[in-house]
Design a protein around this ligand. Structure first.
Ligand code: NAD
Ligand code: WQD
Length: 334
């Protein structure tokens, strides 16, 4: 049986494809290349030495989905495909609802037609909004999101819960990722955003390689140890391995499960910059700038449930996250 990875040429999807193939799974990818490159297919093949099928197309295209399900013997789906830029989602809410929710609904309809009931969803720590205390557990209240992107994640979680209530023979894992950074050790795949990056690590790597001048640290007056924002950064390879475990869990008929995928450690922006400067020899210049609208002081997980139930925990440290991000940027980005 094969696992369908929607958005499998993207940042997290490509690393998951590698880990799935290395775990002996058959993989099929669908991606519309809206935020990725066809060349990633070859990189995944080069890393793993394994072959797999890639369909270039949109997950909202039900006809194409039917063709894939008919042909490929899919027994589980990992749904990465979606738009993910918070700021852009405020400007283009309809595109975000259409793409993120539309693709999920199309998938669920076609999965039903073909009797496929194992589903992993790429959710996000953003569904917790501004949590009242730290660390964040899976049973904390969700829904206090402040932007259309975050709302798509929250709404999709609710859709999947409704589906499970209607038919509890589904097995659904809602994986709430914290802040994925880092890249594959090979430097062949990683995060390569178009234009000026919104997220911290891609901005840092571009300053370190001279493509951008100076990092602006958004706010140094938060209620944190050094005044800068605190997040739970997780190595993308660890995150990818979590998906391999989640698919195994689904196949054991687990019902609907929610897991935080984070390290459980909160690092500040300055921690990240300092760790990165250790790795790259101090090339990251920074200045303090005003807070970014919508940002919260801190956000980090309790990830014990994933360890207890999936046997998964993050193993790579901050130095490794910085080293591999830098390696990828030096080797591959535009
Ligand atoms: P990404 O943009 O690198 O990957 C998404 C992939 O989906 C891209 O290759 C894109 O071309 C494809 N895609 C988008 N819409 C599509 C559609 N309608 N049909 C087919 N393909 C489509 O993003 P990523 O960082 O790998 O994120 C993967 C998932 O994880 C997303 O759903 C994202 O919201 C979620 N997530 C990401 C983060 C993060 O910080 N990166 C954190 C939490 C959750
Ligand atoms: C991290 C920290 C910034 C850039 C976002 C989404 C979230 C999830 C992950 C998908 C914050 C600071 C950043 C910069 C800075 N994605 N920063 N200068 O905001 O925690 O989460 O990505 O689900 O939904 O909101 O990540 O990397 O943008 O910021 O000082 O140039 O770095 O203020 O404290 P964030 P980020």
């Amino acid at each position: 049986m094969s696992v369908l990875l929607t958005g499998g040429l993207g940042y997290i999807g490509s690393h998951t494809a590698v880990e799935m193939l290395e775990a002996g799974e058959e993989v099929v990818i669908i991606d519309n290349l809206s935020n990725s490159d066809k060349k990633v297919t070859n990189a995944i093949k080069e890393i793993t030495g394994k072959d797999f099928k890639t369909y270039i197309g949109d997950v909202r295209d039900e006809k194409l989905l039917r063709k894939i399900f008919k042909k490929e013997g899919i027994d589980a789906v990992i749904h990465f495909a979606g738009l993910k830029a918070v700021g852009e989602s405020v400007k283009k809410p309809v595109e975000y609802y259409d793409n993120n929710i539309g693709s999920t609904v199309a998938l669920l309809k076609v999965m039903k037609e073909y009797g496929v009931k194992n589903f992993v969803f790429s959710s996000s720590a953003t569904v917790y909004g501004k949590a009242k205390k730290m660390p964040i557990y899976e049973d904390f209240e969700i829904g206090g999101v402040t932007n259309p992107y975050g709302r798509t994640k929250y709404f999709i979680e609710e859709i999947l819960k409704d589906l499970y209530v209607s038919d509890n023979s589904y097995n659904i894992a809602l994986l709430r990722y914290f802040n994925p950074i880092g890249a594959h050790d090979s430097g062949l795949i990683g995060e390569d955003p178009n234009g000026i990056p919104n997220n911290l690590m891609p901005y840092i790597t571009r300053v370190a390689t001279g493509k951008l001048e100076c990092l602006s640290i958004f706010g140094n007056d938060y209620k944190t140890k050094d005044g800068t924002g605190v997040r739970d950064y997780i190595h993308v390879v660890d995150l990818a391995k979590g998906h391999v475990k989640a698919v195994k869990k689904l196949r054991g008929n687990c019902g609907l499960k929610v897991y935080n995928l984070g390290t459980g450690i909160g690092y500040s922006v300055l921690d990240i910059v300092n760790a990165f400067n250790d790795v790259c020899g101090g090339k990251v210049k920074y200045k303090f700038a005003p807070r970014r609208a919508g940002d919260i002081d801190e956000c980090y997980a309790n990830a014990d449930l994933a360890y207890k139930e999936l046997g998964w925990k993050a193993e790579r440290d901050l130095k490794d996250m910085c080293r591999t991000s830098y390696n990828f940027e030096q080797k591959h980005s535009k």
